[in-house]
Design a protein around this ligand. Structure first.
Ligand SMILES: *Cc1c(COP(=O)(O)O)cnc(C)c1O
Length: 408
C-alpha cells in the first residue's frame, strides 16, 4: 500500500472534502494503534474473553475419507460470538472508537449480519448506534432487525434507489458528514475508502495468524491450498494473510449465482463481467454497465451479494498471488448438505461457497496434502433460505401455522 491507500493502483479514498479531517483523524488513530503493542493485546484480550478466540481448526475426517484425497481442515470462524468472522472487525473498530473518544457508531447492513455485530459491539462498549438498512432488506431480514433493535440500535429504513445495501452505504455516509465529531462509521468489509480496506483486513488477520500456527502444530506442514468465500473480501484476506509468504495456493470463491453465463451472479473477478470503476469512495472492479450504473447482483447467500470487491484482493490477483473462482447456488446447496451430513457442521451459505470449490478439487490431491477451508460463519441464520431450497414440507407447515396465529 502507498501512503494514499493505493494497492497497485486500486483503492484510494474518494471522499467528500468535508470528511477529509475525519479520515485523517481515523488514519492517525489506526496507525497509532497499529504501532502500539498494547492495543493488539487489548484486542486479543477482548476477543478471547468475549468471542471464543482462538477459534479452533477442525480435521474433517469424514469428508476426507469421502473424497479420498487431501486431508481437509476447517477454520472455525462460525464459533465467534454472533456467528461469524464479522465480530473480529467490529470489536477492533470499537476499540479504536474508544481511543478517538467518540460516543456514537453507525453502520450499513445488507443481510443484517454486520448490523447485528455492530449493535452487539455498541451495547458492550456503551456507544449509541444507528444502522442503515435498505427497506427491501429490512423486509427480507426481519429476524436481524429484531435483534438489532433489542440490542439498542436504531434501525433506519433507506427508501432511496433500489432500497438495498448500496443505498444504505450512501445514507450512512450522509449521516457521517453531518455527525463527524462524535460519530464513527463502522464499515463492514475490506472495501470503501482508505483506511477501511487496510484496517478491516488488519483486524481479520487474526484468522490467518491463528490458522497458520494451528496447522503447523497439528500437521507439522503447511496446507497446499486455502479456500475462502469472497463478498467484500474480509474473511478471505483474514485467512490468506497468514500464508501470503508461503508456497500455498490461495483461492477466493465468489458467488456464481445461477451460473456465470446467465449474468445472474455476483462474481466480479472470476467472471468477465467486472470492470474497473470508482464508486462508494474507492476504485476497484465493479459489476456495472457501460455508464457506470451498478448492476443487480444475485446470490443465494445474501452476504456475497455485493457489486464491489476489496482493492487489496484485486492487487493480489493482478500479481498472480490469489486466484478467483465461483460456485453456483446449486453447488453451494449440495456442499452444504454434504457438510451437515458428514461432519455435523452447518456452514453459512456464504462459507459453503468455499466448501463447494474445495470439494471439487479435494480428490486431485494425495493424502499427504492438506487443504484448509475458512468456515466464515454458521448457517443457522440461513434456515429460511435452505428450508425453501429443499422444499421442506414440515417447515412450510410451520410457517403457515405461524401465519395463522397472527391472522395472516
Ligand atoms: C458477511 C459475510 C461474508 C462476506 O463478507 P467478506 O467481507 O467477504 O468476508 C462471508 N461469510 C459470512 C458468514 C458473512 O457473514
Amino acid at each position: 500500500m502507498n501512503s494514499r491507500g493505493y494497492y497497485e493502483g486500486f483503492g484510494g479514498a474518494f471522499i467528500p472534502e468535508i470528511l477529509t479531517s475525519t479520515f485523517e483523524e481515523l488514519v492517525d488513530a489506526f496507525e497509532n494503534a497499529r504501532r502500539d503493542p498494547g492495543f493488539w493485546n487489548e484486542y486479543l484480550n477482548v476477543m478471547s474473553t468475549y468471542s471464543c478466540r482462538p477459534t479452533p481448526i477442525t480435521f474433517a475426517g469424514n469428508l476426507t475419507r469421502h473424497f479420498r484425497g487431501a486431508r481437509i481442515y476447517i477454520k472455525r470462524e462460525d464459533l465467534n460470538h454472533t456467528g461469524a468472522h464479522k465480530l473480529n472487525n467490529v470489536i477492533g473498530q470499537g476499540l479504536l472508537v474508544k481511543r478517538m473518544g467518540k460516543s456514537r457508531v453507525i453502520a450499513e447492513t445488507g443481510a443484517g449480519q454486520h448490523g447485528v455485530a455492530t449493535a452487539t459491539m455498541a451495547a458492550r462498549f456503551g456507544f449509541r448506534c444507528t444502522i442503515y438498512m435498505g427497506e427491501v432488506d429490512m423486509e427480507r431480514q426481519r429476524p436481524n432487525v429484531f435483534w438489532m433493535e433489542r440490542l439498542g440500535a436504531e434501525v433506519i429504513p433507506v427508501r432511496d434507489g433500489t432500497r438495498i445495501l448500496k443505498d444504505a452505504i450512501n445514507e450512512a455516509f450522509r449521516d457521517w458528514v453531518t455527525n463527524m465529531d462524535d460519530t464513527h462509521y463502522v464499515l463492514g468489509t475490506a472495501c470503501g475508502p482508505h483506511p477501511f480496506p487496510e484496517m478491516v483486513s488488519y483486524f481479520q488477520s487474526i484468522i490467518g495468524k491463528e490458522a497458520r500456527e494451528q496447522i503447523l502444530e497439528r500437521e507439522g506442514n503447511l496446507p497446499a491450498r486455502v479456500y475462502a468465500c469472497v463478498g467484500g473480501g474480509s474473511n478471505a484476506l483474514g485467512i490468506f494473510s497468514g500464508f501470503l509468504d508461503d508456497p500455498v495456493d490461495l483461492v477466493g470463491v465468489e458467488a456464481g449465482g445461477e451460473g456465470l453465463e446467465t449474468g445472474r451472479h455476483a462474481s466480479r473477478l472470476a467472471s468477465n463481467d467486472g470492470s474497473v470503476g470508482v464508486a462508494q469512495g474507492y476504485k476497484t472492479f465493479f459489476l456495472q454497465d457501460g455508464d457506470g450504473q451498478m448492476k443487480e447482483t444475485h446470490s443465494v447467500a445474501a452476504g456475497l451479494d455485493y457489486v464491489g470487491v476489496s482493492p487489496i484482493l484485486v492487487s493480489y490477483r493482478e500479481r498472480g498471488r490469489i486466484r478467483f473462482e465461483a460456485a453456483t447456488d446449486s453447488e453451494v446447496l449440495n456442499a452444504m448438505s454434504l457438510t451437515i451430513a458428514k461432519e455435523g457442521l452447518i456452514p453459512a451459505l456464504e462459507s459453503a461457497h468455499a466448501f463447494a470449490r474445495a470439494f471439487k478439487d479435494a480428490s486431485d490431491f494425495s493424502e499427504d496434502d492438506i487443504i484448509l477451508i475458512n468456515q466464515s460463519g454458521r448457517g443457522d441464520k440461513d434456515i429460511f433460505t435452505i428450508a425453501d431450497a429443499f422444499a421442506d414440507p414440515g417447515w412450510h407447515a410451520f410457517i403457515r401455522a405461524k401465519g395463522h396465529e397472527y391472522g395472516a
